[in-house]
Design a protein around this ligand. Structure first.
Ligand code: GLN
Length: 201
C-alpha cells in the first residue's frame, strides 16, 4: 500500500492524516528521520513556516527532508508547507530558510493584514473531470506565488476580488503546493490527486 507521511512537528497534522486515509492510502505522522525513510511521499501542512524551519532543524529532519526532495520524493505543501517548498521567499523573517525544491518565489502573508483569512471558490481547469465543479478553499494568513519557474505549472488562480489573478496552486513534476488549506473543508479531491500522482510512479 502507498504510504504518505505528514510532517508532524507543527501544523494541521491530524486533518491531513484523515484526508489521506479517506483517499485510500496509509497515512503516518513523520517526526524523525527513521519515520521519513518509511514513507513514499510527504505532506507539509499549514502552520507557521518559521517554526517549522526551526523545529525541522532541532529534530534533525531538515537535511534528510532536503535530500529526499532532491531524490524525487513527491511532496504536497499547503500554506506554510508551500513556503517550505519554495526555492525563494519574500517577507520571511531574518534567517528563515526553506527546504526548497520548487522553482517559485512565494510571498509570505501576501494577502495582507486586513484579510487575515478568507474563502474563495477556485477552478482547477487542468485537473480533469473530477474538478468540473469549483474547489472551495480556505486561506489563513496565506502566501501567494509571485514567480514561477519555466517548468512549473499554474493549477489555479484567484478569480474574483482584489487578489484576482494571484497564483495559489502550482505543480512541478512531483511537487504540488497550494496557498490554502485543503484539509479543512472535507473536499478530498486534491489529496486524491496527490495520491494518484504517488501511485502512478
Ligand atoms: N503565515 C504562515 C507562515 O508564514 C502560514 C499560515 C498558514 O499556514 N496558515 O508560515
Amino acid at each position: 500500500m502507498t504510504v504518505i507521511g505528514v510532517f508532524a512537528l507543527q501544523g494541521n497534522v491530524r486533518e491531513h492524516l484523515a484526508m489521506l486515509t479517506d483517499v485510500g492510502v496509509e497515512a503516518r505522522p513523520v517526526r524523525r528521520p527513521s519515520e521519513l525513510e518509511q514513507v513514499d511521499a510527504l505532506v507539509l501542512p499549514g502552520g507557521e513556516s518559521t517554526t517549522m524551519d526551526k523545529l525541522a532543524r532541532a529534530f534533525e529532519l531538515f537535511e534528510p527532508l532536503q535530500k529526499r526532495i532532491a531524490d524525487g520524493m513527491p511532496v504536497f505543501g499547503t500554506c506554510a508547507g508551500m513556503i517550505m517548498l519554495a526555492n525563494e521567499i519574500t517577507g520571511g523573517i531574518e534567517g528563515q530558510e526553506t527546504l526548497g525544491g520548487l522553482d517559485v518565489t512565494v510571498r509570505r502573508n501576501a494577502f495582507g493584514r486586513q484579510v487575515d483569512s478568507f474563502e474563495a471558490d477556485l477552478d482547477f481547469p487542468g485537473l480533469g473531470p473530477g474538478f468540473g465543479t469549483p474547489y472551495h478553499a480556505v486561506f489563513i494568513r496565506a502566501p501567494w506565488v509571485e514567480r514561477v519557474g519555466r517548468d512549473v505549472e499554474v493549477l489555479s488562480t484567484v478569480s474574483s476580488g482584489p487578489a484576482t489573478g494571484r497564483i495559489v496552486a502550482v505543480r512541478h513534476d512531483r511537487l504540488l503546493a497550494t496557498s490554502f488549506h485543503p484539509e479543512m473543508t472535507g473536499d478530498a479531491r486534491l489529496h486524491g490527486y496527490f495520491a494518484e500522482l504517488v501511485r502512478g510512479l
